[in-house]
Design a protein around this ligand. Structure first.
Ligand code: C2E
Ligand code: CA
Ligand code: CA
Ligand code: CA
Length: 270
């Protein structure tokens, strides 16, 4: 009896220890990942539902450490926790704008969506850095869309409102990402001047049960507030048809294309 108990504790300690060691290893490598050229971007199209044409592409960050691909859901949190996210986020923005510039040679007016962390948006220097990046890369402000995760609205509201206002004054667009998963969805819509809401994929995947009513409600609210709606995680033809019939303007998901390298994305433009 005693022995089993001790054994269990041992197993628990072991996995916790492994987890901590992994986090420390990732943290130590992440600090230099930009300089070591371990980070790169992939791109996933956002499709206009009516025409089936690519309207914009979302830049998604990838990290190859030795031979392992570390998922962003794991390393973005570490970057935020250890203070690397501002540098990484700024690098992502610059790379995405440069890639956007190259892609626009094939397709004029193509939009680029970039994910922005709360810590970037809470930084009063961020709007200035965005302006400088647009200037340096020559990417048009109105083609840049910054995706903000909804839960960030739990933070210093006045600073966020102010920084979003400054970004809008530059001419960039702003989206609420993962819409419906965070809190205060409705007040967010009222208080923040955003252009798009991206309905979280969990609702798209449950449209044959409860998700459909939520997608419909979000779509109606969005049109009342004059926001455009993007449905994420579209994987099936049935979902595409249903969403298009509901009047959702933009669709994104594996049904069209998974995130791919720039050269592969280029083959779908024009
Ligand atoms: P997100 O912004 O919600 O990005 C969409 C995620 O859904 C991506 O995962 C994408 O690969 C995946 N996805 C797209 N279509 C489908 C589909 O049809 N089915 C399924 N199962 N998945 C689909 P990814 O690339 O692993 O990124 C995860 C999250 O990491 C992103 O979620 C975003 O929150 C964060 N992230 C990625 N790149 C960046 C970045 O440059 N900066 C920041 N701050 N966060 C980033
Ligand atoms: Ca996103
Ligand atoms: Ca999302
Ligand atoms: Ca997400």
């Amino acid at each position: 009896q005693k022995r089993t108990k001790k054994g269990r504790v041992g197993v628990f300690d072991e996995s916790l220890r492994e987890q901590l060691l992994r986090e420390i290893r990732l943290r130590d490598h992440l600090e230099n990942a930009i300089h070591r050229h371990e980070l790169f971007l992939v791109y996933q199209p956002i499709i206009a539902s009516e025409t089936g044409q690519i309207d914009a592409v979302e830049a998604l960050l990838r990290w190859r450490l030795d031979d392992e691909m570390i998922p962003p859901d794991e390393f973005i949190g570490i970057a935020e926790q250890y203070g690397f996210i501002r540098a990484i986020g700024l690098w992502v923005l610059g790379e995405a704008c440069l890639a956007g510039k190259r892609m626009q040679i094939l397709q004029e007016g193509l939009g680029i969506s970039v994910n922005v962390s709360i810590q970037q948006l809470l930084d009063d220097d961020f709007p200035t850095e965005v302006a400088a990046t647009l200037k340096r890369t020559g990417f048009p402000a109105h083609c840049l869309d910054l995706e903000i995760t909804e839960s960030l609205f739990a933070h210093d509201k006045h600073r966020l409102i102010d920084n979003i206002k400054r970004l809008k004054e530059l001419g960039v667009q702003v989206s609420i990402d993962d819409f419906g998963t965070g809190y205060s969805s409705l007040s967010v819509m009222q208080e923040f001047d955003v252009d798009y809401v991206k309905i979280d994929r969990s609702f798209i995947w449950t449209m044959d049960t409860g998700g459909r009513a939520i997608v419909e409600a979000v779509s109606q609210i969005a049109s009342a507030f004059d926001y455009k709606v993007v449905a994420e995680g579209v994987e099936t033809e049935d979902q595409r048809r249903l969403l298009t019939n509901m009047g959702i303007e933009y669709l994104q998901g594996y049904l069209f294309l998974p995130p791919v390298p720039e050269d592969e994305l280029m083959q779908h433009l024009g």
